[in-house]
Design a protein around this ligand. Sequence first.
Ligand SMILES: Cc1cc2nc3c(=O)[nH]c(=O)nc-3n(C[C@H](O)[C@H](O)[C@H](O)COP(=O)(O)OP(=O)(O)OC[C@H]3O[C@@H](n4cnc5c(N)ncnc54)[C@H](O)[C@@H]3O)c2cc1C
Length: 714
Amino acid sequence: MNTRRLLLLAALAGLILAYFVLDLGRFLSLDYFKSQQQAIEAWRAEQPLKAALAFFVAYVLVTGLSLPGAAVMTLVGGAAFGLFWGLVLVSFASSLGATLAFLASRFLLRDWVQKRFGDRLRAINAGIDKEGGWYLFTLRLVPVFPFFVINLLMGLTPLKTRTFYWVSQLGMLAGTLVYVNAGTQLAKIDSLAGILSPGLLGSFVLLGIFPLIAKKVVDALAARKVYARWQKPARFDRNMVVIGAGSAGLVTAYIAAAVKAKVTLVERHKLGGDCLNTGCVPSKALIRSAKLLSHIQRSQEFGIRDAKAEFDFAEVMERVQRIIKTVEPHDSIERYTGLGVEVIEGSAKIVSPWEVEIVANSGESVRLRTRSIVIATGGRPFVPPLPGLAEVGYLTSDTVWNLRELPRRLLVLGGGPIGCELTQAFARFGAQVTQVQQGPRIMVREDPEVSELVVQRFRAEGIAVLLNHHAKAFVVDHGEKILIAEHQGQEVRIPFDALLVAVGRVANLSGYGLEELGIAAERTVATNEFLQTTYPNIYAAGDVAGPFQFTHTAAHQAWYAAVNALFDPFRKFRADYSVIPWSTFVEPEVARVGINETEARERKIPYEVTVYGLDDLDRAIADGEAHGFIKVLTVPGKDRILGVTIVGEHGGDLIAEYVLAMRHGIGLNKILGTIHIYPTLAEANKYVAGNWKKAHAPQRLLAWVGRFHAWRRG
Ligand SMILES: Cc1cc2nc3c(=O)[nH]c(=O)nc-3n(C[C@H](O)[C@H](O)[C@H](O)COP(=O)(O)OP(=O)(O)OC[C@H]3O[C@@H](n4cnc5c(N)ncnc54)[C@H](O)[C@@H]3O)c2cc1C
């Protein structure tokens, strides 16, 4: 740090120290003002200029040094100088003080912060360059963050000083007016009647509701700003156009039609989207056949000496297609048309905030004017840019369903839920499966022991699970396809016949107008808590909006998107993500709701753990599935559930009881007090609650009860 900086730092530190050491803060209180009110008023009457100057300088010092007391001083400004002069003085003094604090933070810290965190700040810097003034204006108008924090943080950004000054002055004007006005009323209190006077009460009501009004103003201004370059149609053809007929789009359209809105649903490929055609439904159908085979292989465990399965993989895959066909009517054009939804098979593109252009598969095109739009365009498998990938050829969760011949050696790249489910299923059909995972464990969202249990099972079933293997490239060597990976600094070559890439999914963000309209999207379409995008009448739901990638969360978001899109501004709801369950359908099934231990530790949430081993459960023993566990996290000393992980047979079904409990605030005591049918897997839920109860038994009371019984025995 150079000398000038050091000197400034020393001066500032000295002043701040003096403030605290001399306890100058006592002068910045309403009590002090009240005690001195008469003297201050007399001084102001005698020497108005001097009094105003002294107040101005004091205000600039307090705000420039970021000392506490600006709010009180604003009230005092109103009380001492009245509404007009109080407003003028406070407005200029606060803007000047804020600018001094801004400059001090810039001079002392900006270079260092930008040097140190420049990479991470790049996006913020670009945003400030482009929209800094507007951003500051909203922060000033809606006082969510303390005044001094905004001054100091803005000093670290590239925002121009001039802009900072005038935007601050303008943005703070309304808030200052409300405070100064409240101050003028404070000056008048000298009795209980004064406290209850309409003027004072009105001022304080205004003080309370100002942030809400300011938020509405900011929202309205922001909306005006985004819509500025568009011409709003005078009339609309539709209440809503939904783009994409996957889980999110179908549910959105369903709800819209149910509440009698005129809605058009556009789908460019197949109704039902990923879940029906290439996701949940086919994968679960495949897993079912694979599970049957695994049971046949385990027949001796069940007392059956010899059970053989003869099968043709192509027939298994045909069954998968039949299952899709059976479920298809739930998501069909006929059903949705019957419900009152207009369904168009074709490609949709947003061309203005209120217009969607649809090119139907028939070749016809139509432009619909709509009050609201819901983007439900889903996602697709992510294919990493690895050298040689195109040459060796690869399958994804989109294309694997076309296979009719079982690959002899299947390489699965990726250890997430989709990779794991398909790994186990293909291995059970007899493919030699190698699963390659970059990190130290598979299913990384779950606790380490969960990953470990699944890996153990995979390995026991003959799957080669290669952890910490970093895929580098693919080659074809003498006609053999090979993955070149790096493992502990060594090159590893893994031969295979077919490759399944399952390293995650990305949202569909291009080709339908997001870029042209400037709808913010990075990994997913950016939405607020109401699922509104940059344009408040355009919403997004499902995989394209994230952060979850499940059918049930897509449907959950769809409800909010539909209701908010149709009823805003009269009523809108924040999407509630407080209790989100999910399951990975490997064997043993892994299901979760709420937090696990890893997350609790990361987020520093205090918790207690209660575990029940399913090897103890009568039904699991009878079924030959006595493995896995239920782990419940609770608030220390209380039965309130923070999260549950189940690893075991039908975990995805068993978790439902905890989802209900968490959603409705039911604790373990109530689960324990509920009758569960014997012998079922669901009894495990009661037993884990019993374990919790035993650990929390009131030992002292029990000791007394023991004495009571001893006394009764005589
Ligand atoms: C193998 C696999 C297994 C899965 N298993 C499960 C599971 O067991 N449980 C679970 O909850 N989830 C599972 N999922 C995830 C689930 O499938 C998705 O979360 C869900 O499908 C997301 O629904 P969506 O409506 O957001 O998107 P999608 O289902 O992808 O639908 C989006 C639709 O939009 C259409 N579209 C896109 N752009 C346009 C346009 N411009 N015009 C017209 N139409 C357009 C697409 O054609 C598509 O049909 C699985 C996924 C995969 C891949």
